[in-house]
Design a protein around this ligand. Structure first.
Ligand SMILES: Cc1cc2nc3c(=O)[nH]c(=O)nc-3n(C[C@H](O)[C@H](O)[C@H](O)COP(=O)(O)OP(=O)(O)OC[C@H]3O[C@@H](n4cnc5c(N)ncnc54)[C@H](O)[C@@H]3O)c2cc1C
Length: 77
């Protein structure tokens, strides 16, 4: 069980407490990001947790500064 119950009424999570987030680590609550072992579908490895953290930090910065491409739809190239 993940220690995330204090967020249960704030962000979407599964029965085990893993928080749902998209590829940008964005949760169901605007401005809240989840990364590493606490998020759904994590590989639960040090390397992936670090990568998640970088992704979350960059997108949190973009969210706070209203910088693109945070709020723009993802387009395939
Ligand atoms: C025994 C063991 C061996 C492992 N071996 C490997 C390995 O060989 N290679 C590998 O890649 N990975 C390994 N892992 C997995 C790796 O440790 C994790 O994937 C990684 O640490 C996840 O990082 P994290 O930041 O998401 O979570 P964590 O490292 O768990 O950090 C979460 C932090 O949040 C704190 N915290 C929790 N709740 C709260 C709260 N309410 N308020 C404030 N702080 C809170 C915790 O105390 C903790 O310090 C191992 C894990 C374990 C348990």
């Amino acid at each position: 069980m993940v220690n995330s119950q204090y967020l249960r009424d704030i962000v979407e999570m599964d029965d085990m407490g893993h928080i749902a987030c998209d590829i940008r680590m964005k949760t169901s609550a605007p401005g809240i990001f989840a990364d590493g072992d606490i998020r759904q579908h994590s590989n639960r490895q040090l390397g992936t947790a670090v990568g998640d953290g970088i992704t979350a930090a960059l997108n949190a910065y973009a969210y706070l500064t209203e910088a693109a491409p945070y709020s723009k739809p993802v387009r395939s190239t």
